[in-house]
Design a protein around this ligand. Sequence first.
Ligand SMILES: C[S@@+](CC[C@H](N)C(=O)[O-])C[C@H]1O[C@@H](n2cnc3c(N)ncnc32)[C@H](O)[C@@H]1O
Length: 258
Amino acid sequence: MSGNRDNTRLDESERKKIFQQFHAKSQGDEHDIWECQKFRASLNSTEVIGIFDEWVKNGDGSYEKDMLGIGYQGHYQTAELLSKHLPGKKDQYKIIDCGAGSGLSGVELKKVGFSHIDWLDPSGLSVEPAKKRKVYERFIVDYLSEKALDVKPDTYDASTCVAAFFEGLIPLGGFNEMIRITKPGGIIILSISETSLNTCKEYKGRFLPRLEELIEAKEWELVEKTHEPHYYRNVPAFFFVMRVLRSGPIQHESKVTK
Ligand SMILES: C[S@@+](CC[C@H](N)C(=O)[O-])C[C@H]1O[C@@H](n2cnc3c(N)ncnc32)[C@H](O)[C@@H]1O
């Protein structure tokens, strides 16, 4: 199950084998991306993270080449939205980039003026390429899930998460933790492709109900929902800009994630 705190790592040959299987499915036309999703659905969290470890490990930019090659726009779209919702001087804000990977999203956040950005991702081998970007302050190698991270409550003015609500990646329990570590009044930006919303095991019929459940519980409110027709290629996505309304860990029982 994705989101488990599984700290085991695959050895290099296992990692390479899984990555090659995954990557082979991404070649060709756009529908193959959904073949990648299906393949990831068959893996455990260690294997999924092994794919990202392998993708970035040489620091040769292969992850970026692949993502930009499919016309990925999510990092620009996130930075633009956050810039709009955190007005004024950007260096007064503390941000966490969840599922930050090799740091594409951090670079765009920096370009629009944010200068205090922390990195969170369970892919330990993504730390090196992300460090080379020189945009992050703290590196937290961990899974975002319902379990508490090594981060104090109400630490951040904003938590962003782009391209990490995909098959096998962040479980819905991660919403709770994003709320806990974000200050009351702070902003959370979530993005998810329409296809992931409608097909991924973890999100289908659950992502929106959980988001709503947290609105009803007055944990956060919806500030803006945008529809981007080109998250990558012609794949559309929704971006949700949420404002945190409260402080401390979330207590109530969820009917959606229980
Ligand atoms: C497609 S990449 C997106 C990286 C970056 N945000 C970007 O825009 O390029 C997805 C990232 O999510 C990370 N990830 C997977 N499961 C996660 C989890 N439970 N918590 C946080 N990050 C996770 C992966 O390691 C990977 O780096």
